[in-house]
Design a protein around this ligand. Structure first.
Ligand SMILES: Nc1nc2c(ncn2[C@@H]2O[C@H](COP(=O)(O)OP(=O)(O)OP(=O)(O)O)[C@@H](O)[C@H]2O)c(=O)[nH]1
Length: 423
């Protein structure tokens, strides 16, 4: 406690105080604001402890100016190593990457051995500090690579780069410090900061880094959270397919592409077309490449599956159908669970005849597929309708639904194309 009071009250370490304050605020933010949300609980705990370690580093660091290569200097570098270790493990948890135990053990062993060296031979201090700096940089580098790769995959290169720059700078500083200590291994120089860098600039740099490293870690956590929430909002929990809400959005965007002049339309015109359809357009307005067809699919006698094998088996059957459908369609097509045991497939760039052939192939595949030993194959009834800009989305869906109803009425396990005679 006296050491903390000493750091905060000493006028000669005012910038250091700012870093101490920032790391304390960051610790509290992770603990008091992120932690209670029960999101990324383990990662935020690691980030909080990492910042607390940084606070410890500052307490140790303020003594290093008393004598170069003192034991408190060693402690300060060790606490920085601990900070990197905790920060990196927080990043790993956040991005769900497993720890390489062999690599970690090797790094920790190296640091432990090098920390013990100065106690046996005082001249070994620069070597010891150099190793700790390199190992700290290596640990940080590992975390940064994981963070960059994950953010690049989930978002884009620019976001990944922006959120990794502070980590990169920190690695650079550690590497420079390591090189400086290395150059002192065989010299008798006393300065602990051999580059004779202006101390104020170094401290301001430190303040910026602490701030940025925490802000970018929080930004990464928030971005991942938003992504997770978006995924949950758009996907069916049981099957993992798109849900009704998401497929409706997809239908709107496909429909807008289909309508050749949608770019020139006003918002109100577009809304009217989406809800009511456009009757006055001629066929030449339609982009051939933007054709799409809708297959409304329903599992036959699904209630019997539940009754005969239980609800869990029913759930498995739904997952089986979802997975098989996803495998049977192209990557450019869309597959969604529309509700209960009803699915919808959107076949992009597909004309009516091709859609019927592909629906036939789907039905065929299911009638032969084994989903459970001893159980009859699952059969599907499919209603098919192809989009035109003269139909609204509601009309398109209701036509596909009418066709599906017709398939059920005609005996199930078949495909029916919509015909105006149904209405
Ligand atoms: N296991 C399971 N069952 C579900 C789920 N959602 C809906 N169901 C069941 O699906 C069944 C649908 O039954 P029905 O609407 O009568 O349809 P069906 O038995 O498939 O008959 P047809 O559609 O006429 O061939 C109901 O028993 C629902 O309880 C689910 O998520 N899991």
């Amino acid at each position: 406690m006296t050491a903390i009071t000493h750091v905060l009250s000493s006028p000669s370490v005012s910038l250091l105080n700012v870093i101490a304050l920032l790391s304390a605020v960051a610790t509290c933010t992770w603990l008091l604001m992120v932690q209670p949300l029960r999101l990324y609980r383990y990662a935020s705990k690691r980030f909080a402890i990492a910042n607390a370690t940084l606070f410890l580093y500052i307490i140790a660091y303020q003594n290093t100016s008393i004598g170069a290569f003192s034991h408190s200097g060693l402690l300060s570098h060790l606490s920085l190593f601990l900070f990197a270790l905790l920060y990196q493990s927080g990043v790993r948890i956040l991005f769900k990457r497993h720890l390489s135990l062999v690599g970690l053990t090797l790094v920790i062993a190296l640091v432990c051995i090098s920390s013990a060296l100065p106690f046996m031979n005082a001249m070994a201090m620069p070597l010891s500090l150099a190793i700790i700096c390199y190992m700290t940089a290596a640990i940080f580098f590992n975390g940064t690579v994981i963070k960059y790769a994950a953010l690049k995959r989930e978002f884009n290169t620019l976001s990944a780069l922006m959120l990794s720059i502070p980590d990169g700078l920190f690695i650079g500083v550690l590497a420079i410090a390591g090189v400086s200590y290395s150059s002192l291994i065989f010299s008798t120089a006393e300065s602990i900061w051999p580059l004779s860098l202006n101390m104020d600039i170094a401290l301001w740099f430190g303040i910026g880094l602490v701030l940025l490293i925490n802000v970018t870690a929080m930004a990464a956590a928030v971005m991942r959270l938003v992504l997770k929430m978006k995924f949950l909002a758009e996907h069916d929990q049981l099957t993992g397919l798109l849900n009704r809400r998401a497929i409706s959005k997809t239908l709107v965007s496909l429909w807008l592409k289909l309508s050749s002049d949608n770019h020139s339309a006003t918002k109100r015109e577009r809304h009217l077309r989406l809800t009511k359809g456009v009757l006055q357009h001629n066929q030449s307005d339609v982009h051939k490449d933007n054709n799409f067809s809708v297959l409304m699919i329903d599992i036959d006698h699904f209630k019997q599956i539940n009754d005969e094998f239980g609800h869990e088996a029913g759930d498995y059957a739904l997952t089986f159908v979802a997975q098989t459908l996803s495998e049977l369609v192209r990557e450019t097509d869309y597959c969604a669970r529309f509700g209960g045991e009803e699915f919808i497939v959107i076949l992009t760039n597909t004309t009516h005849d091709t859609a019927l052939r592909r629906a036939e192939a789907i039905c065929d595949h299911f009638s032969k597929a084994v989903w459970r030993e001893g159980a009859n194959p699952i059969t599907l009834s499919i209603g098919c309708e192809t989009a035109t800009h003269t139909k609204s989305i509601d009309q398109l869906l209701s036509h596909a639904d009418d066709a599906l109803y017709q398939a059920k009425r005609s005996g199930r396990n078949q495909i029916v194309a919509y015909s105006s005679s149904f209405s």
